[in-house]
Design a protein around this ligand. Structure first.
Ligand code: FAD
Length: 392
């Protein structure tokens, strides 16, 4: 778009400086899809990724079947096809919900290979990928981000997307869940199901099949290996631990635009506070940010006003619902005791996991009715079943 000299790929030399239309920092799901969207519409798009190769590693990622709206998944990447969920309360009351036979709900994939496929989509749309390069500083002029510095280069652009995930210094989210993940083998569980166990203090244990193994993830504000080891000892005593990781996932967005830079995915807290399925939210936010940038170039308008279209679209698509989820989750954590969670499960179990009128009547009519009434109001506003909470 009107540059002095094409240097290489999408990078141009303008007034003696390297430049392009849009720089995206981080080639995770959000950055890759933002890059694909911009490049597909003819923008000179540069995607900078610190890692050289994503394909290494054994970590799994669980994706809702909606992923097929974005990418064709090759069977080679599939570790498991999931048909249902089992949710288990602290007193081990179990609610099972599932799709009919042969209808998959989720897919468990190798995370590295999946991410690599997303990067390929961006590159085949025309993105210039700079892998093995780290952005060390942002170029700011008049209070706006105008480009980036890597260890080797300085690249200028009208618009920058921050897709650095949890590590971004610009990150903008309300809270973060820490997690510990173990890859285990010798576990005798149904491979067509995900198991969610809720602990005494609203800590969550997710068990996801991965090929002939399982990944167990413990999410809470302060997870410890002792909690994880105890859970395994009590529930899966035969499990053999092969690998351990620890990580974090943010939730509750605190805004998606800062100093004229657009934040996408985890750096903007785009994940769902309940399910924590961040990848689809990250993909959607990347696409919306990319589409807004395309409009900015079409209209030759890079003002905050134009960029705020991204914020509004994000809010409409996922943000509003994520905010309510955040509110419901905070309420539950603060007000529900172990006994409350158990009795909630007993009531829901009678209604096959759905918040029906009958389950609400029981809920409100039972002890601690003020709390139940508030819960009722919140869920009514949220308008969902336990299935929606975990499977949306
Ligand atoms: C243990 C765990 C399990 C999870 N499981 C699931 C799951 O099963 N399903 C699901 O949907 N979600 C899951 N999530 C959430 C999901 O991983 C994230 O929401 C998603 O990856 C966010 O994508 P992103 O593109 O915003 O960020 P990331 O995927 O974090 O990508 C950020 C990228 O930026 C790069 N980067 C960082 N700093 C720089 C820099 N300075 N210069 C250049 N590059 C940089 C990083 O190398 C990285 O590639 C899980 C999260 C955790 C922690």
């Amino acid at each position: 778009m009107g540059h002095d000299q094409r240097l290489y790929g999408c990078i141009n030399m303008t007034d003696g400086k390297l430049s392009c239309d849009v720089v995206i920092i981080g080639a995770g799901p959000s950055g890759s899809m933002a890059a694909k969207t911009c490049a597909k519409h003819g923008l000179d798009t540069v995607l900078i990724e610190r890692e050289k190769d994503f394909r290494e590693g054994t970590k799994p990622v669980l994706l809702h079947r909606r992923i097929f709206d974005y990418i064709k998944i090759d069977d080679r990447f599939l570790d498991a096809k999931i048909r249902g969920i089992r949710i288990i309360s602290p007193d081990r009351t179990e609610i099972e919900m599932h799709e009919p036979k042969n209808f998959e709900l989720f897919f468990s994939l190798n995370r590295g290979r999946f991410n690599d496929e997303l990067v390929k989509l961006a590159v085949s749309a025309g993105t210039q990928l700079m892998s093995g390069e780290e952005v060390v500083e942002l170029i700011k002029e008049d209070g706006r981000v105008r480009g980036v510095k890597t260890k080797k280069d300085e690249i200028r652009s009208n618009l920058v997307i921050d897709a650095r995930g949890i590590e971004s210094k610009y990150r903008s989210f309300k809270e973060v869940d820490s997690c510990i993940e173990y890859l285990v083998e010798d576990v005798d569980l149904d491979r067509e199901y995900i198991h969610y166990s809720i602990g005494d203090k609203f800590e969550f244990f997710y068990i996801v099949p991965k090929g002939d193994k399982f990944a167990i993830t413990l999410f809470s504000s302060n997870p410890t290996e002792e909690q994880m080891n105890l859970f395994i000892k009590e529930n899966l005593p035969e499990a053999e631990v092969i690998e351990k990781y620890s990580s974090q996932i943010p939730f509750g967005s605190n805004g998606t635009i800062k100093d004229g830079m657009m934040l996408v995915g985890d750096s903007a807290g785009c994940a769902s506070p309940f399910s924590r399925f961040g990848v689809l939210c990250a993909i959607d936010s990347g696409i919306l940010a990319g589409e807004t940038i395309v409009e900015a170039y079409e209209e030759n308008d890079f003002s905050s006003d134009l960029l705020s279209r991204y914020e509004k679209r994000w809010y409409k698509l996922h943000g509003a619902r994520n905010d309510i989820e955040y509110d419901v989750r905070k309420f539950l954590e603060k007000n529900l005791s172990r006994e409350d969670v158990n009795s909630l499960f007993h009531i829901l179990k009678d209604e096959d996991g759905f918040f029906t009128d009958a389950s609400f009547k029981k809920l409100v009519g039972s002890r601690r009715s003020k709390l139940r009434r508030t819960l009722f109001e919140k869920f009514k506003r949220y308008d969902c079943s336990i299935w929606d909470l975990f499977v949306r």
